[in-house]
Design a protein around this ligand. Structure first.
Ligand code: PHB
Length: 397
């Protein structure tokens, strides 16, 4: 008997997850009129801010560009994994097998992207990563394409800036999981290459961190600067404890990747955040006409919430899928869609972006931003400098 794609997939999924789970496997869907995008995000739990921003970003793209592409109707199906990798994996499987999703999208944290990658590979379904940022994420499946960022791009840019701007010693403080390790290592490499010295490397738990004992160690080490990486949302409790400890008064300059001052929480940090320098790929204050229109429309649609880099990652995730469908003439074959995504270039609210055809990784500008109060009385990350078209240094050949 000739094996169909459907039976191969069913067998592969059964081998991995048990036959009962995949009784009615598969995306039959080549000729269907609807393209289903299964978006998995933490909509509840400690990382809910990521999911809320991302879903709003994806919906904003559909509001701006309609819900029909190449004759196909786009359906966005949102599922909450609450930040649990087991749930991500189960939901990804259900989306592919039961809902016949043509594309998987989202993945709010690196462990969640790692959990879903084998499903994308077995089902041959494109997996658009709009949030998770560890460098190695895109290597976990040939069906992964990333529209967020790779942590080393921001961390290494910050390390070079610090060395070039009079900072001689630094302590690093990062969340204890894969992107934190990326941030720590790539900051240290660029900073020491530029002549700086890393005095101490501190890691804090990912969940419910108490920063106080770590900040005490920073105070004792008396570096010129503290470099921080925490994932989106966690910057608020960090900044509160940084302020309470009075490290800035001791002359310790705070620097980081832009995750610590993400746009959803920045304005509530108060004056303690003023002057903070960070390196990142998006700021709501990016001065392009496209971004101004994006920020205004997003705020109107979301009760005044400011878009952060998670919203833009998902906005561009949708842009990637729409443009790939246009290129394939509406063909939803996973391999054809991923091929269409390779090398794609477009203008995003963050600036010009491109998908590296060799790595399926985003190439984009990294901005050096400074927290300033603008005319509307709110705090923003204001661009001071731009490093153009940054490729992930961890993937340099
Ligand atoms: C990640 O888990 O990869 C991650 C999440 C949020 C960030 C950055 C990295 O802001």
């Amino acid at each position: 008997m000739v094996q169909t794609r459907r039976s191969i997939l069913r067998a592969a999924l059964a081998a991995s997850f048990g036959a009962a789970a995949v009784a009615l496997a598969v995306p039959a869907a080549m000729a269907q009129d609807t393209v289903k995008i299964g978006m998995i995000q933490p909509m509840t739990g400690p990382f809910a801010s990521t999911g809320i921003e991302a879903v709003a970003g994806a919906k904003q793209y559909m509001a701006d560009h309609g819900d029909t592409v190449a004759g196909k109707k786009i359906e966005l199906v949102v599922k909450d994994d609450a930040g649990s990798a087991n749930d991500t994996r189960r939901i990804a499987q259900e989306l592919v097998v039961n809902d016949h999703a043509n594309v998987l999208m989202g993945f709010g944290l690196t462990p969640l992207a790692f959990a879903a990658a084998p499903i994308a590979t077995q089902a041959k379904v494109p997996m658009v990563v709009t949030a998770a940022a560890t460098s190695s994420v895109v290597e976990k499946s040939p069906f992964i394409v990333r529209t967020s960022f790779a942590t080393p791009t921001a961390a290494a840019t910050m390390g070079k800036w610090a060395a070039d701007n009079g900072i001689k010693t630094a302590v690093t403080l990062v969340s204890d999981y894969a992107p934190g390790k990326d941030a720590q290592d790539w900051f240290a490499k660029a900073f020491t290459d530029g002549g700086g010295k890393v005095a101490e490397q501190l890691t804090v738990p990912l969940q419910n961190p108490d920063f106080a004992p770590f900040l005490q160690r920073v105070a004792d080490a008396k570096p010129d600067a503290l470099f921080v990486f925490v994932p989106s949302g966690v910057g608020a409790p960090f900044m509160k404890q940084f302020r309470e400890r009075g490290l800035a008064d001791q002359g310790i300059k705070l620097i980081g990747t832009g995750d610590v001052v993400d746009d959803q929480i920045l304005n509530n940090m108060g004056d303690a955040a003023l002057g903070l320098i960070s390196a990142h790929h998006y700021t709501a204050a990016h001065p392009s006409e496209m971004n101004k229109a994006f920020v205004a429309a997003f705020k109107t649609a979301n009760g005044g919430m400011r878009p952060n880099f998670m919203a833009v990652g998902a906005y561009d995730g949708m842009a990637l899928v729409y443009q790939a469908l246009e290129k394939t003439g509406g063909d939803t074959d996973g391999t054809k869609l991923v091929d269409a995504m390779k090398g794609m270039k477009w203008e995003s609210p963050r600036g010009p972006i491109m998908i590296d055809p060799d790595t399926r990784e985003i190439v984009q500008n990294i901005y050096i931003n400074k927290v300033e109060r603008q005319d509307d009385g709110e705090l923003y990350n204001v661009e001071q400098d731009t490093v153009e078209n940054v490729k992930d240094p961890a993937k340099a050949k």
